[in-house]
Design a protein around this ligand. Sequence first.
Ligand code: SAM
Length: 231
Amino acid sequence: MSDFLEEQKRIEEKIWSLAQIKCGVKVLDVGIGENAHSTKELIGLGALVTAMDTDSKTLNKHKNLKIYLVKGGASQLPFISSEFDFSVAYFTLHEIDPNLHQKVVSELIRVSQSVMMVEPELGEDRLYGVYRDIWSRAMHSIGRFEDYQPLTYWKKSLEECGANVVVCQKIAHEDKLMGIEADKFMKGVIGMVRNYGVPKGYVSEFRDLAEDVKRLGMSFSDISVVIGDVS
Ligand SMILES: C[S@@+](CC[C@H](N)C(=O)[O-])C[C@H]1O[C@@H](n2cnc3c(N)ncnc32)[C@H](O)[C@@H]1O
């Protein structure tokens, strides 16, 4: 396994150890995503998973998973109060209009006993700043969102909805992405934004960035993990 993948694995293990999901727990995973990483992890931990997404195509890709799949938006969850033990938003909240964040968090709290949010921090590396900025502008150009926030923002949003924050941690990336691994990663990013149909200018910006990342290396931002319990 490459250094980059090993680091991803280490970070994921740390995140899920903080969640302490037990076998048989009822979990809502908001934003299943293309690869369903969080959903598959939850299934592996023995949780009874309901996964949702606003995008039907994305949901259809995961029909083979033996879980409940629900189409819907996180700001109006189609579930009764306290239906779940745990709800998870794993790299989903930054794709939601920030004006809806408070509503989304209050919905997650309404339907579950505990809420876990996992989000990228803003990051300090110069090239990561460029990467984050291109993503954000590219997604805004097609009416979507890709807006990262600091850890304190997510903590506050849970507290303002009355949750008791029990975990509030940043998990650091230690390795720089560079060379062949950077090339592979940036090709994946370029493929993704092309699929989204963003204007060509953003694809060129990512291509230029890829050259710098390959040569100079890029440090990813820390990952924020915030877990709140409802009393
Ligand atoms: C980056 S992906 C999530 C990754 C996924 N959790 C994983 O671990 O692979 C974000 C997903 O959130 C979905 N999404 C965006 N806005 C949403 C909303 N308001 N409610 C529910 N899902 C939403 C997107 O369609 C996308 O599939």
